[in-house]
Design a binder for this molecule. Structure first.
Ligand SMILES: [Zn+2]
Length: 232
């Protein structure tokens, strides 16, 4: 008779399972039609948001998708990290498997929420709440005096002007956090997903080395980010 596993053996096994990294290669599988695509191509870029939603849609009901996941994603894209993480935790409670897909968002939410706001952050929040207390007619008449829209950077957690992740090139310093300088500071469910990060990784869309290191720490990458540089 096989001896039943001891508690510590079970814990070891569990830890091993948890530590298994998701494998990332230069190719991706389209969950819609099962076809294999090459990362960094326009097909990769164009199908990114759809692929994430198809995969999650296969795990949860349509109702949970619309009432929990989507509001969470919307809050996330708007930099409302505290609100987003509540939805994300709710959906994981319903379906733990979704965590694999949304854990990058949760990590970012936790990082920003844990960042202590500095004087500038607090002053910005105060200026916004002061502005919003003004009568609507004044807000409309003096639109130009409204505080510019800032969002908490997904890397450093401090307020930086909100730049659409699709506009400007971080390489040229046109889409970077005003505080930490990292590229594409605004949260975005497509770019922050595993596939989105893999696109950035293989395409070399950002200059900072931390990005590549963090990605390789989190995922088992093969081949590495120089693959397309070498093959050109
Ligand atoms: Zn930053």
């Amino acid at each position: 008779m096989m001896k039943s596993k001891t508690y510590s053996e079970k814990i070891k096994k569990l830890k091993k399972e948890v530590n298994i990294k998701i494998k990332i290669t230069h190719e991706f599988k389209d969950p819609g039609n099962g076809s294999i695509g090459t990362r960094t191509t326009s097909k990769d870029f164009e199908s990114l948001p759809r692929r994430i939603f198809i995969r999650i849609g296969k795990l949860i009901t349509r109702e949970d998708f619309e009432k929990i996941l989507l509001p969470g994603v919307n809050a996330y894209n708007y930099g409302k990290y505290e609100e987003a993480i509540k939805f994300f935790k709710d959906i994981i409670n319903i379906c733990p498997k979704v965590e694999e897909e949304i854990h990058p968002y949760i990590e970012i939410c936790n990082r920003v929420i844990a960042t202590k706001k500095n004087e500038e952050d607090i002053a910005y929040e105060e200026s916004v709440s002061k502005w919003l207390k003004k009568p609507i007619i004044i807000q409309k008449l003096f639109k130009g005096s409204a505080p510019i829209f800032k969002i908490r950077c997904k890397y450093c957690g401090h307020y930086t002007p909100c730049i659409d992740p699709m506009s400007g090139v971080a390489y040229l310093g046109l889409n970077n956090c005003e505080i930490c300088g990292r590229g594409y500071p605004v949260p975005d469910h497509a770019w922050d997903s595993i596939d989105g990060q893999a696109y950035i990784y293989y395409r070399h869309s950002v200059t900072e080395e931390e990005f590549y290191k963090e990605f390789e720490d989190k995922y088992e990458v093969n081949p590495d980010h120089t693959y397309f540089l070498k093959s050109k």
